[in-house]
Design a protein around this ligand. Structure first.
Ligand SMILES: C[S@@+](CC[C@H](N)C(=O)[O-])C[C@H]1O[C@@H](n2cnc3c(N)ncnc32)[C@H](O)[C@@H]1O
Length: 338
């Protein structure tokens, strides 16, 4: 049964000042063949074109459009919508062009409230597949001018991203099952007692010793598990975060309260990562879903939707969709390139 992140849970992610939803990747934005794909789309647009980024998150794709517009003197008018409360303003220091984009949080892609026939390009990077497909396609058709285009990068169930997500999901589950955080917290509570009372009775001393052994053995098991993985980055981060807290060299630097807070944070991060990976698995489309998508687009008069695999670093990264409305179709534009 697929678990879906709701708008509030996504909002928690965007509060952490991430440009994309990729854990530890694309810190400076989508690059290489992904950036190229989008730049080819932007190159076809006239000066002053209106672009809408669906499920924009903190605006990574909208930012690519703003950068293209600035370097190619296109004066694009870019809007990014998302149903979560998003925080692109928290990234403006590193990415000043985010300030040129109109962001609308708490706005579902199935019902954006934007004007009919107001957009030249509706686009989405790993966002479209999270919504209701038929309703979103109807909304995209409503929003596009005659001749307007829709392009998206969409997660594919057999892609490298999904393979990595499955591995990451297994890692989060393993970390959760290991009880490392519970043992670590119990140990810190005894440290607090020691600081408070100046000594521990024999029973507590024995308990502390047992907890120490249990913690070492659980960390050892996790480290052995990590050695079998292709990319053990999550388990490594997890074990190292705990080990730092109990490193004697940090004894005076980190208070027991700070240790408990760090353990709590780690538990929340692990749970959040598990949920995001589960959500990603639920959102990714299989080949048969792409056939449905093609049919739905054709029903809304989109011309010959081009759906194909997209590579990144020589691996199947996702699928792309590109299609346009015929020039004579759709609702007429109230505002052609002012
Ligand atoms: C994987 S993130 C991608 C964000 C961004 N496009 C990027 O590439 O960084 C998916 C986004 O879809 C948003 N989302 C999910 N369902 C939505 C819906 N029905 N309407 C609008 N946004 C939605 C989430 O809030 C989240 O920000």
């Amino acid at each position: 049964m697929a678990e879906h992140l709701d708008a509030e849970q996504w909002g928690d992610w965007w509060r952490n000042r991430s440009l994309t939803s990729f854990h530890g990747h694309f810190r400076h934005n989508y690059d290489g063949s992904l950036r190229l794909f989008w730049e080819e789309r932007f190159a076809t647009l006239p000066r002053g074109a209106a672009i809408l980024d669906l499920a924009t998150g903190n605006g990574a794709l909208a930012l690519l459009a703003a950068e293209y517009s600035a370097t190619h003197d296109r004066n694009f008018r870019i809007t990014g919508i998302d149903y979560a409360t998003i925080r692109p303003e928290s990234l403006q220091e590193d990415h000043p062009l985010l300030a040129d984009i109109r962001f609308l949080g708490n706005t579902p892609m199935e019902n954006t409230g934007l004007e009919d026939a107001s957009q030249d390009l509706v686009m989405s990077q790993f966002g479209f597949e999270y919504g209701n497909m038929p309703a979103t396609i109807r909304e995209i058709r409503r929003l596009l001018r005659p001749g307007g285009c829709f392009s998206a990068m969409i997660h594919h169930r057999d892609s490298a991203v999904l393979e990595q997500a499955r591995e990451a999901l297994a890692q989060t589950k393993r970390c959760e099952k290991s009880t490392v955080t519970k043992t670590a917290a119990a140990l810190v509570e005894l440290q607090q007692k020691l600081a408070r009372e100046g000594s521990l009775d024999t029973q507590d001393q024995q308990r502390a010793q047992k907890l120490h052994h249990a913690l070492a053995s659980e960390l050892d098991k996790l480290n052995r598990y990590a050695r079998q993985l292709k990319d053990p980055s999550h388990v490594r981060m997890f074990t190292q975060s705990i080990m730092v807290l109990f490193d004697r060299r940090n004894a005076a630097r980190i208070s027991p309260e700070q240790r408990l807070e760090a353990i709590d944070r780690l538990t929340t991060e692990n749970l959040g990562y598990r949920r995001r990976m589960k959500d990603l698995q639920g959102a990714a489309l299989a080949d048969k879903d792409f056939l449905t998508l093609k049919r739905l687009l054709e029903q809304q008069h989109f011309a010959s939707p081009d759906i194909r695999p997209q590579e990144y670093a020589n691996r199947h990264f996702c699928h792309t969709v590109s299609t346009c409305l015929p020039p004579g179709s759709g609702l007429s534009s109230p505002d052609p390139y002012p």
